[in-house]
Ligand binder design. Structure first.
Ligand code: PLP
Length: 245
């Protein structure tokens, strides 16, 4: 194994222990929690090393970056998530390259994804794209995502789109030095998910919340997917840390 591969495998082992302890504190089972390795800015070899260590879900935040990497890892059995803001003009490419878009923030975008899937696949091809609605849990912050008041309308709209499979909600709370401070936002997303599921009469199994510095708190509050970049792959180079897909 390469040195980078050993580092990633070691990081994964430590993450697994922390996930396990957080789950135990909350009376949950670790098999309810999926680790999404956030490989943005890291090369295809890092994706490969994480896959070899057992990671099966990967998140990228830019369509263009993933278009370059994807051919190099296409042979791997994995679920590829888009987790960054998606511009409508890249919806068709995203719909083709990802299994799930975890950052849907408008019904217009959902319709764009739907129409590109409807056009590109034959009647017999049943590709359905998983989607999460990204919620802006801290209204004062300028993070992407929909406001709470828009969630129901967008969800109901998505339910009418036959190529999209609405699976749940996602959020990025504000960054706090003290991860405990993010707890109310995670709790809020869970409440919004529970309310929405009742309202639309349908299960919404996925709560994508928690990143490297706060995933344990997110797990205690019910996260089913934690998105880990730094904790798994190490520090990213300063540029391209955030940004649009
Ligand atoms: C980069 C990113 C992550 C991972 O961040 P880390 O703090 O490195 O774990 C998670 N979610 C989204 C949406 C991201 O853009």
């Amino acid at each position: 194994m390469s040195a980078a591969g050993e580092t990633i495998a070691g990081n994964l082992a430590r993450i697994a222990e922390r996930v396990e302890r957080a789950a135990r504190r909350a009376g949950r089972h670790t098999d309810e929690i999926t680790l999404v390795g956030v490989s943005k800015t890291f090369p295809a070899e890092s994706v490969r090393a994480a896959h070899a260590a057992g990671v099966r879900h990967f998140g990228e935040n830019r369509v263009q970056e993933w278009e370059k990497k994807e051919p190099l890892v296409r042979d791997l059995q994995a679920t590829w998530h888009l987790i960054g803001h998606l511009q409508s003009n890249k919806a068709a490419r995203a719909a083709r390259l990802f299994h799930t878009v975890d950052s849907v923030d408008s019904l217009a975008l959902a319709r764009k994804l739907e129409s590109s899937l409807a056009e590109s696949v034959g009647v017999s091809d049943a590709k359905r794209l998983g989607v999460l609605i990204e919620v802006r849990v801290a209204e004062a912050e300028t993070r992407s995502g929909v406001s709470e008041s828009e969630i129901v309308a967008i969800a109901e709209g998505i339910l009418g789109l036959s190529h999209l499979d609405l699976r749940g909600l996602m959020c990025i709370p504000p960054y706090f030095d003290e991860p405990e401070a993010a707890r109310p936002f995670f709790r809020k997303l869970r409440g919004l998910r529970d309310d929405l599921a009742k309202r639309i009469g349908r299960e919404l199994p996925v709560l994508s919340m928690g990143m490297s510095h706060d995933f344990e708190v997110a797990i205690e509050e019910g996260a089913t997917e934690v998105r880990l970049g730094t904790a798994l792959f190490g520090m990213r180079a300063a540029k391209n840390v955030k940004g649009a897909a």
